[in-house]
Design a protein around this ligand. Structure first.
Ligand SMILES: Cc1ncc(COP(=O)(O)O)c(C=O)c1O
Length: 407
């Protein structure tokens, strides 16, 4: 799809999950890089290898930042510094967790729909992903309980190792896990953890990019012993993916295995990027940049929603979409029976009109099936405001074209 977009410059791509090109913090990064290199001792330190777990000063600052995000007194999470691992984007952490925990045939519960790249990771491990229903409040706890009940009845409970949830402004739906479900989720998983411990992997890749409401405390926050929830964070969305730096706060029992695996992968993420990020965190640059991003993406979201409202007004509510309070995505639904897949009629019409999206079917685990084929993920992060308007117009024209064919 990226190739299609590159080959046809007139195409509006609502597919790529990249960040806004114009927002990338060139000046802020230049200042921080110059700062790191302005003094030769610090400069050489930054250009040397670091450690597998990541720079201690950065990890300390990350945990302090987490304390501010979660509105708890300074020092509350201090003991977590020792089990915070800096990773090459959060993607590396997702991979390492899968490698550390999963044997072929193990089961991972995921949201329906979920981040499709993680489904690929699970496939590589030979693990089985089972989807759990979501609604406008994210993961449905009654559906989760029913899935666990069913697996128990099948004698498969001992194969369930992990629940993966994208708690803030999810990729692909833009939906966040409702605040009132967060503590009960941790309790539910703790209740179902038997001899075989079940962990929660909280992927908070879009945390911070919030345009309407304050964000709820993380799920991780409801696990004070830190034994059940793995928190995955990244600077890719809120600062720059070019630094490819993220981090995980791990349960103590998992730390050594993950560090051993990471040691085998790279014995530490880029030390220079860590020093630069530490500077932008320490001097307030990061917070200022995030505030600008929030303004920018809020406008883009509003433009996208208004354009969809306008161009789909004539279809009597047959086509719907989520109204995200943050992040970069919305989830678009056409009537069942109209296939949005890459070989289906809607995608073909969209290509003719000059707009592309990510087919929703990619974001569903095959179990329990059948995979719905009438959704699409739309990203409003990359296109300009005028491209978003044009993209919505083209989507509506493609939809109208499909209706004509059916008629
Ligand atoms: C939900 C989610 N998790 C993790 C990632 C990985 O991002 P990175 O490795 O750049 O931190 C992404 C990137 O798109 C994502 O959407």
């Amino acid at each position: 799809m990226m190739q299609m977009a590159l080959a046809n410059p007139g195409l509006v791509s609502l597919a790529a999950g990249f960040v806004d090109q114009g927002s990338l913090p060139v000046e802020a990064a230049r200042r921080a890089i110059e700062g790191v290199l302005s003094e030769s001792v610090e400069g050489r330190r930054a250009l040397q290898y670091g450690t597998t777990i990541g720079d201690l000063q950065l990890r300390t600052h990350l945990i302090e930042q987490l304390e501010r995000n979660e509105h708890v007194p300074a020092g509350t999470f201090r003991e977590s510094v020792a089990r915070t691992v800096v990773t090459t984007g959060s993607q590396q952490l997702l991979y390492l967790i899968a490698e550390a925990l999963l044997d072929p045939g193990d089961i991972v519960l995921v949201e329906s729909p979920t981040y499709f790249v993680f489904l690929g990771v699970l496939e590589t491990r030979g693990a089985r992903a089972i989807g759990v229903e979501t609604d406008e409040g994210g993961l449905k706890l009654d559906a989760l309980e029913a899935t666990l009940q069913e697996l128990k009845a099948q004698g498969m409970l001992h194969r369930v190792k992990l629940l993966y949830t994208i708690t803030e402004h999810s990729n692909p739906t833009g939906i966040s896990l409702a605040e009132e479900r967060r503590k009960p989720l941790v309790e539910l998983i703790a209740r179902w953890s038997g001899e075989q411990k079940i962990l929660i992997l909280e992927d908070a890749a879009y945390r911070g990019l919030t345009y309407s409401d304050a964000e709820a405390p993380s799920v991780w926050r409801h696990d004070p012993e830190g034994e059940t929830v793995i928190l995955a964070r990244t600077f890719s969305k809120t600062f720059s993916p070019g630094f490819k730096t993220g981090y995980g706060v791990l349960p103590p029992a998992l730390l050594e295995t993950v560090l051993r695996l990471k040691g085998n992968h790279d014995f530490g993420s880029g030390h220079f990027a860590q020093q630069v990020l530490d500077r932008v965190l320490a001097d307030g640059t990061y917070e200022r940049h995030l505030a600008e991003l929030i303004g920018l993406y809020r406008r883009k979201r509003d433009v996208m929603l208004a354009a969809l409202d306008e161009h789909f007004a004539g279809f009597d509510g047959a086509v719907t979409w989520t109204r995200p309070k943050g992040g970069l995505f919305l989830w678009f639904t056409v009537p069942e029976g109209l296939d949005t897949g890459p070989d289906g009629p809607f995608f073909a019409r969209c290509l003719e009109e000059g707009v592309i999206y990510v087919p929703g079917a990619l974001a569903f685990a095959e179990s329990p099936g059948p995979v719905p084929r009438n959704h699409a993920r739309l990203c409003f992060g990359v296109p300009s405001e005028s491209e978003l308007v044009e993209g919505a117009r083209r989507l509506a024209a493609a939809y109208a074209g499909c209706l004509e064919t059916v008629a």
